[in-house]
Design a protein around this ligand. Structure first.
Ligand code: SF4
Length: 253
């Protein structure tokens, strides 16, 4: 049963419900400290590398890039693409990702000469998002990850974990696109980059530890502690095919 039918949204203010969920996760798990990177450029690199893989594989690739002093936009611009691909082999789809990294680096060079403060100052936030989306290989999740975690702009990142949790709690139906899911958060929460940063991180942590793809472990889950959520989460015992529109394995833990 898809719990959107319960009309849960109608029973509580969306804002109150979303903030309740946030507080429950934060109380149980504590602050996440995302994004674990030593520079905004490293965050951008991580956002590209994490496409379609898990964070452990990304960390291995970042480690090699760090050893090669390539977590520097000027040096990454200069390195041969084939060599870059070898360095990031552990992240999977490494030739494609090397090309994508180059695309992003060329964009940063041409837009702001690698000065990210200028990038934020020179463009309206929505315009900047459009520019990122125009880069080949940068989709909504990667663009929003860059905007939020590298540039500290209030764009809510949604991913497969966000969809799974919100779907299992009846807030969105099976066929939900990225923008619809994102709008639930951006239209009902204060536009606050710090809040969006932590909220997304907490959802990923819940998704990885409790809200597993095949068999959710509702017992002791931070989102099981409120009666309304427990009722809504009753659907979680059913097997579902989740939307393939969402990329798996995003975000660090
Ligand atoms: S209570 Fe169950 S369905 Fe809800 S987030 Fe936790 S594991 Fe997932």
């Amino acid at each position: 049963m898809v719990r959107a039918d319960l009309g849960l949204w109608g029973l509580m203010s969306k804002t109150v419900l979303l903030l309740d969920m946030y507080e429950a996760m934060l109380a149980a798990l504590g602050k996440s400290g995302w994004w674990p990177a030593s520079s905004s450029f490293e965050t951008i690199v991580g956002a590209v590398l994490t496409q379609n893989t898990n964070w452990q594989n990304v960390e291995k690739a970042l480690c090699v890039l760090r050893e090669q002093n390539l977590l520097d936009p000027w040096r990454m611009e200069a390195v041969e693409e084939d060599l870059l691909a070898e360095y990031i082999r552990s992240s999977g789809y490494y030739r494609l990702k090397a090309r994508r990294l180059k695309n992003v680096v060329f964009f940063l060079r041409d837009s702001c000469d690698f000065d990210l403060d200028c990038l934020v100052a020179d463009f309206a936030a929505d315009e900047l998002r459009e520019k990122l989306l125009a880069i080949k290989g940068v989709g909504p999740e990667t663009a929003d990850t860059i905007l939020l975690y590298a540039l500290d702009l209030p764009f809510f990142v949604v991913d497969a974990y966000t969809f799974r949790i919100m779907n299992r709690h009846g807030f969105v139906p099976e066929q939900t696109c990225y923008e619809e899911l994102q709008a639930i958060f951006t239209e009902n929460l204060p536009s606050d980059a710090t809040l969006f940063n932590e909220y997304h991180a907490l959802l990923v942590r819940v998704g990885k530890s409790w809200c597993l793809k095949k068999k959710p472990v509702c017992e002791n889950c931070p989102l099981q502690c409120k009666r309304a959520w427990r009722k809504a989460a009753g659907c979680c015992q059913q097997k579902k095919n989740y939307s393939s529109a969402f990329i798996k394995g995003t975000g660090p833990t």
